[in-house]
Ligand binder design. Structure first.
Ligand SMILES: [Zn+2]
Length: 304
């Protein structure tokens, strides 16, 4: 990897719980930041690529905490439809026709978009995961990858086998790509499926990444499917496992009290939520209750 000297940048520094902005040069040697100082002499950076970042901000990359990386080719498919109709009538039928090559190139397009807006780490939930991993490696992005697990036991077992194969064929030296276990959602997974994903996460010491209370309809659907409130289902299966909840739009005070006792954070996707008519998550209240909230984009199908 070529060394890099970035000159004259306004560098955003995170030190001792403080954020400061300082005009400085940054030297990157062998892939690691080795110096942040005013006026680093060019002789210290022999053979380095030099970038003049005057009038630019230099900061750590953004982390996109909930995405479906290959969905760059499904942009604007959501006009005028709500979540369930969009999934069943538009997106899932189109996704059935995807080839691995489609997924590779669609992922490349998303990586280019994300890197161009400063996003260097993406938490994904999709399928044809080998093609996504190849694209992530080819661009050098940091990503948390998985194979979405959905459905009743029989269907889920096939997907779990795919996930295991994906995880077991990982390059253990590659610290840019890590993994999560991803049950699609509580309303699309049976009780057995949820428990199998929890067991998998515990066996492999991986986090859970799950869609949670995105649309208002889910509240009743989960109650019908599992016989209890969504947050109780979550606690029953995933307590003690680090869990990333995508959306969590429809939480009441009782839900928040239970989530506070769990190791979970919320991936907030405001643009997707509004475009699919799912309402706005009360992130102020989540943060006031000590629940971590981070931003995600969701797939481009549900945003511009
Ligand atoms: Zn999503």
């Amino acid at each position: 990897m070529q060394d890099l000297l970035i000159q004259n940048a306004k560098v955003v520094l995170f030190e001792n719980d403080d954020i400061t902005i300082k005009k400085a040069d940054v030297l990157v040697q062998e892939g690691k930041i080795s110096k942040i100082e005013e006026n680093i002499p060019e002789e210290m950076a022999k053979n380095a690529k030099i970038i003049d970042a005057r009038n630019h901000i230099l900061m750590p990359g953004f982390i996109n905490t909930h995405a479906h990386i290959p969905m760059s080719i499904f942009r604007e498919t959501t006009e005028g439809v709500k979540l369930y109709d969009w999934l069943h009538k538009i997106i899932w039928p189109m996704e059935e026709k995807l080839t691995k090559e489609d997924v590779y190139w669609a992922s490349m397009l998303s990586f280019i978009e994300m890197i161009s807006t400063g996003t260097t780490c993406i938490n994904d939930q999709y399928f044809m995961q080998d093609a996504i991993r190849k694209a992530a490696r080819d661009v050098g992005a940091r990503a948390v990858l998985t194979r979405t697990i959905i459905g009743e036991k029989e269907e889920a077992l096939e997907k779990i086998a795919e996930f295991k194969n994906f995880y077991e064929t990982r390059d253990q030296k590659d610290d840019l790509i890590t993994y999560s276990v991803a049950p699609h959602a509580l309303y699309t997974c049976s009780k057995e499926t949820l428990q199998m994903t929890a067991d998998l996460a515990k066996d492999f010491h991986l986090p859970i990444h799950v869609h949670f209370l995105e649309s208002i309809d889910e509240i009743e659907d989960i109650k019908q499917k599992h016989g209890k409130r969504a947050v109780e289902v979550l606690k029953q299966h995933f307590d003690g496992i680090h869990t990333i909840l995508a959306h969590a739009v429809h939480l009441d005070d009782k839900d928040i009290e239970i989530l506070k006792t769990m190791d979970c954070g919320i991936a907030h996707n405001p643009i997707s939520n509004l475009r699919l008519g799912c309402s706005i998550a009360d992130t102020t209240s989540y943060l006031q209750n000590g629940i971590n909230v981070a931003l995600g984009t969701d797939g481009q199908g549900s945003r511009k």
